[in-house]
Design a protein around this ligand. Structure first.
Ligand code: GNR
Ligand code: NI
Length: 184
């Protein structure tokens, strides 16, 4: 098992559209295991391969309280969706920012599991949100894309600044230039 580096917005590699997986082999299962360890360590409830710079349609999720019910989804797709639900979302690639996103509340989805079997299931609530959030990653999409461009640019500026000053975690949130020119 290995811990992988998680890319941070606005890294352009997060915009990659990941390639479908053709057959589940041991190398792919090792990547899934490494992703799961990385997700638990972060900690997060989901992780898409795009976030760790792997160009494959792989997702790991665990929304259980005990953190002992991992889901491995290969080539996941939403087949059908219904309703609408607003939920506060966060993302390991957008650390420290939480915003409300509106998505379908119920989905039916299909994926290939760790053993190579095709599964189909329906779900709602947090798991449905998480599956949609992770499929978005595989398509190069982030939850900040659902926000106003003003909010997105503010988040981008703050994360860019944080990455320029990685050893100053307690530096005050950017103000001054940022708030006097909020559209930049
Ligand atoms: O850990 C995570 N929590 C979360 C909360 C609400 C909606 C989606 C998520 S996914 C996120 C982990 C992550 O970034 N997955 O891509
Ligand atoms: Ni995410």
């Amino acid at each position: 098992m290995a811990r992988l580096n998680i890319l941070t917005f606005p890294d352009p590699r997060l915009r990659n559209h990941a390639k479908p997986v053709d057959g589940v082999d041991d190398a792919t299962r090792t990547q899934l295991d490494d992703m799961l360890e990385t997700m638990y360590e972060a900690p997060g409830i989901g992780l898409a391969a795009t976030q760790v710079n792997i160009d494959k349609r792989l997702v790991v999720i665990d929304v259980s309280d005990e953190r002992n019910q991992p889901l491995f989804l290969i080539n996941p797709e939403v087949l059908e969706s219904r309703g609408e639900e607003s939920m506060e979302e966060g993302c390991l690639s957008v650390p420290g920012f939480y915003e409300t996103v509106k998505r379908p509340e119920w989905i039916r989805y299909r994926a290939i599991d760790r053993d190579g079997n095709t599964i189909e299931a329906e779900t709602e609530g947090l798991l449905a949100v998480c599956i949609q959030h992770e499929i978005d990653h595989l398509d190069g999409k982030l939850f900040v894309d659902y926000l106003s461009s003003l909010k997105r640019q503010r988040i981008r500026k703050k994360l860019e600044k944080a990455q320029r000053q990685p050893d100053d975690p307690d530096s005050p949130a950017p103000q001054g230039p940022d708030s006097s020119h909020p559209s930049l």
